[in-house]
Write a protein that binds this ligand. Structure first.
Ligand code: ZN
Length: 155
């Protein structure tokens, strides 16, 4: 036990995570899948945001939250139920709900890698700050490696 025991409503969550490894792993798993969904956005958009030429071509506003996620072909905005990590991709059969354009398998794969890798770190390190730091480092590494991979393959 490395965390300082909080009081109030967080106290129950702390107790569960500290006494039941499954609760800690499940919490990390669910949260990391959502983070994985966001990492897809970062991996795709950060190189564009950082490149003045590409950013200009992408139009304005263009940042990590705008424009809202949409299908590149039919411009259909991705609704919240179509944006649930892994689940939505499976339910939609890997296709846009509106125009059936295939959604690259890369998206669910990044979500799965983020979730699975984070759970493994949480399992190895237990309910500790080390786990939190390790998981965040793993997210950064994943983003960095995939951006490098993408930029290299485009050269
Ligand atoms: Zn579409």
């Amino acid at each position: 036990m490395i965390f300082e025991h909080p009081s109030g409503p967080l106290s129950t969550l702390y107790w569960l995570a500290n006494n039941h490894i499954w609760f800690w792993l499940a919490s990390v798993g669910i949260f990391s899948l959502l983070v994985g969904s966001f990492l897809n956005v970062v991996i795709y958009r950060l190189p564009i945001i950082l490149d003045p030429v590409k950013k200009k071509a992408a139009g304005t506003p263009f940042n990590l939250s705008k424009p809202a996620s949409h299908c590149p072909k039919c411009k259909n905005k991705i609704k919240p139920w179509q944006n649930i990590p892994l689940f939505s991709w499976l339910v939609l059969g890997g296709k846009c709900f509106n125009c059936k354009l295939p959604i690259p398998w890369r998206y669910p794969l990044v979500e799965l890698s983020t979730g699975a890798g984070s759970v493994i770190i949480a399992w190895l390190c237990g309910f500790t700050w080390l786990a939190v730091i390790g998981i965040m480092g793993y997210w950064l590494l994943l983003v960095a490696l995939l951006i490098i991979y993408d930029t290299k393959s485009l050269e």
